[in-house]
Write a protein that binds this ligand. Structure first.
Ligand code: ZN
Length: 339
């Protein structure tokens, strides 16, 4: 029998993980208890909730669950715990690098304002990184449901903290609302400040939303981007420019973007030469973490170990990790294959 390599030992970079969504389910229960928050049953059943985000009601429901979980993060200690546990979980899953995504606006009211919120988050990331040995950075993400002026303010704030661990600027929430180009100024500010542009696109809406990310926001990475699979010319463009798609298979299935794990077009993107960084998105809500995404590639798409190693390399190359960190991880990936 052929030796099966352990995917939790495959070094990889995790580039698509949302802040509250990274929480351990057991931690959410403890924090809800601490603050007397009554959580929706969908968050306490021990089973990932059934969501259909492809219609607006389903997306709204997903956001409501996310908000309920976020309302349990009230003190700096909760933030520190969340980040440390996210780092611990990712280390266990073989991550050698983590970029965690956060919209500080949502946490600011309880943490004393935007600047204190950002500083608490960045300090927590520093501490978690020191404690676990995992390299970590932050992507600050604007919310496309809010006004583009808010996104500009956030971009300026993100740039101010570029030397404190912020490496990128994102754009999240319902792709069906607003146009990417409404946020072009915010992204220009972020790019001019040296941050990488990593907006969400091509998840709930089709290839056009990925094109908008490239044309209007000059994305160097795209959150999800899977729907690009529907447009061969766009795939070629992504491949030619080596734009990394942060593909989150379990999330896609949980939110009904695709019916089954085997329907997520991992093969299509891979064969087209589009770099991918598999990510967990919101493990709290979708029930699986980083290594499980690689398991999906192996089990449902018959990725060989050589191909899985190549996926891991793509995640590392798409990351904002310093060159020496990348080199070490790439080395570890070779060892995983040959060891
Ligand atoms: Zn996301």
């Amino acid at each position: 029998m052929e030796h099966v390599r352990d995917l939790t030992l495959l070094p990889k970079a995790h580039l698509h993980l949302h802040f509250t969504g990274s929480m351990r389910p057991s931690t959410l229960l403890e924090l809800a208890d601490k603050y007397g928050v009554r959580l929706p049953d969908a968050l306490t059943s021990g089973e990932p909730p059934k969501l259909r985000a492809t219609d607006e009601r389903g997306w709204f429901r997903f956001q409501r669950l996310y908000d309920a979980a976020r309302s349990c993060l009230r003190e700096p200690d909760d933030i520190r715990r969340l980040v440390r546990e996210a780092a611990e979980e990712d280390v266990r899953d073989g991550a050698g690098w983590l970029e965690i995504q956060v919209d500080p606006t949502s946490y600011a009211p309880l943490l004393g304002g935007m600047i204190p919120a950002v500083e608490i988050i960045l300090d927590a990331v520093d501490a978690a990184s020191r404690d676990t040995g995992l390299g970590m950075r932050v992507i600050i993400a604007a919310n496309r449901m809010k006004h583009p002026l808010d996104a500009r303010t956030l971009a300026r704030l993100a740039v101010r903290y570029a030397d404190r661990g912020v490496v990128g600027f994102g754009l999240s929430n319902d792709e069906r609302r607003g146009m990417a180009r409404d946020f072009d100024r915010a992204f220009a500010i972020a790019r001019e400040g040296g941050l990488l542009a990593a907006p969400h696109g091509g998840e709930l809406t089709g290839p056009a939303s990925v094109r908008d990310c490239l044309d209007d926001l000059h994305a160097v990475r795209v959150g999800h981007g899977v729907r690009a699979a529907e447009d061969p010319r766009l795939l070629k463009r992504l491949a030619d420019r080596q734009i990394t798609c942060e593909v989150c298979p379990a999330s896609n299935v949980a939110l009904g973007v695709y019916e089954r794990p085997e329907d997520v077009p991992l093969r299509t993107l891979f064969e087209a030469g589009v770099p991918m960084a598999l990510g967990a998105d919101d493990p709290l809500l979708f029930g699986s973490r980083l290594a499980a995404q690689y398991e999906i590639a192996r089990r449902h798409h018959a990725f060989t170990d050589e191909e899985l190693a190549e996926l891991a390399r793509q995640s590392v190359r798409g990351s904002a990790a310093p060159k020496e960190v990348q080199a070490k991880l790439l080395d570890g990936i070779d060892h995983w294959l040959t060891g």
